[in-house]
Design a protein. Structure first.
Length: 423
């Protein structure tokens, strides 16, 4: 594919807010992506630290007087920069007033030059061939491809040099190991299956590729929701269905992007609280699709599934626990049935997780040490007692916070992937 002259050019959009410590290294990593035609658009979303100054001095940025058109409404742009160095000729930096990630991406869409856009988190690490793989669904497809996503992997504790994963290591903390299994289940089993029946409702905000014109037709990212990545894809699919235009959403079953997950319980709580609120907001905004045959798989299967298993399941589970405690209080518990049901459900949960681990080992074998597999299996056995109740509680609080009108993302501190390079 690298030898082809027909590959579409790609604009990589990366919002940055207070990334002074890592921004230069992250941009250098993006500049080394193995793809023939691409530009990088860094959107400095009103950073209060030295993020912009680091970019200006390192990449020899000068002000660009190219006209800027506000096709999708966003916060005011202060300046647009380009590099005066030939080595960084495909780098563009937008400095704007703070408006959040969705608003920053909308500004990037307005300023970028190419018809395929790739939206990423600036602190993610891409595989060198990530763009080559993610562009595949857009090539030679009989239907219009509006978006494409891939597998996201966890970089905590991995050895990283010059923006590349040198050695894959299993995270040291239990909370991160449990999320490794979660990601196995979500990507290797869940999204893989949804993609086969064209029912994907979510492409990870950490790394996703989109048809720019379809994004603009749909109105860009919605900055009034905390789940802007899911809401955009659902809205794009809804627009295409209402136009009766044949389309598809691609999914590449390869690890293309590595990201850092929360290793602190409070940060994990804020993340899952936000995910819950984003899911509810998306389902409510697009409630017209629910059980509507006009939207085919999306309306008849995907949306009802998300409503029942992603939104309502934690509430149902919590109510079940309260009901069990009431039965316990009044001495109405049949311990034979309780123990039998617990054993059956627990065995199913652990088997599901071990199957996901097997899928990983059968396909990609990223965790090559035998003791890593033993640790993952042990984590799968402990997860239902430790991580899962905490996720249920975070989701419940997300429902309560939504009712109270909470709209904030919550502060999501990261330890920094550069620290992972220490052996």
């Amino acid at each position: 594919m690298l030898q082809s002259n027909n590959l579409p050019a790609i604009s990589i959009l990366a919002p940055a807010y207070n990334e002074e410590a890592n921004i230069v290294e992250n941009v250098r990593s993006l500049l080394t992506v193995n793809y023939p035609y691409f530009e990088i658009v860094i959107i400095n979303d009103g950073s209060k630290d030295g993020t912009l100054n680091q970019l200006i001095s390192t990449f020899q940025l000068i002000e660009d007087d190219t006209p800027y058109h506000n096709f999708i409404p966003s916060k005011d742009i202060n300046r647009v920069y380009r590099s005066s160095s030939h080595s960084f000729r495909n780098l563009k930096v937008i400095d704007k007033k703070n408006g959040g990630k969705a608003d920053a991406l909308n500004a990037g869409i307005n300023a970028c030059s190419h018809e395929i856009i790739c939206c990423i988190d600036v602190d993610c690490i891409l595989e060198s061939d990530a763009l080559l793989k993610l562009i595949k669904p857009f090539l030679n497809n009989k239907n219009k491809v509006i978006a494409s996503g891939g597998i996201i992997r966890i970089a905590n504790s991995c050895i990283i040099e010059d923006g590349r994963i040198i050695e894959v290591k299993l995270p040291e903390k239990f909370i991160a190991k449990a999320q490794v299994i979660e990601y196995f289940r979500a990507f290797l089993m869940g999204r893989m299956a949804w993609s086969r029946i064209d029912g994907l409702m979510l492409i990870s905000g950490a790394f996703g590729m989109f048809d720019k014109q379809t994004v603009m037709d749909a109105g860009g990212y919605n900055h009034n929701t905390v789940g802007e990545d899911m809401e955009l894809l659902v809205r794009m699919r809804r627009v295409m269905a209402e136009k009766n235009t044949p389309y598809t959403v691609g999914f590449i079953p390869d690890p293309l992007c590595w990201t850092e997950v929360p290793q602190d319980w409070n940060i994990l709580y804020r993340q899952r609280n936000r995910w819950t609120r984003g899911t509810i907001e998306t389902l409510w905004l697009h409630r017209k699709m629910m059980f509507n045959p006009k939207y085919k798989i999306l309306g008849l299967l995907s949306a009802p599934y998300w409503m029942l298993f992603e939104w309502l399941a934690p509430i149902i589970e919590f109510c079940g626990i309260l009901f069990f405690m009431l039965l316990l209080l009044f001495g109405k518990v049949n311990w034979f049935y309780v123990s039998s049901f617990f054993l059956a459900s627990y065995s199913f949960i652990v088997l599901f997780s071990i199957t996901a681990i097997f899928f990983e080992e059968y396909s990609f074998q990223q965790y090559k040490r035998t003791n890593y597999i033993y640790k993952l299996i042990l984590t799968a056995c402990l997860e239902p007692f430790i991580l899962h109740p905490y996720i249920v509680w975070s989701s419940l609080k997300g429902n309560i916070d939504l009712i109270r009108g909470k709209k904030s993302w919550g502060e999501m501190q990261r330890t920094g992937l550069r620290n992972s390079a220490k052996t």
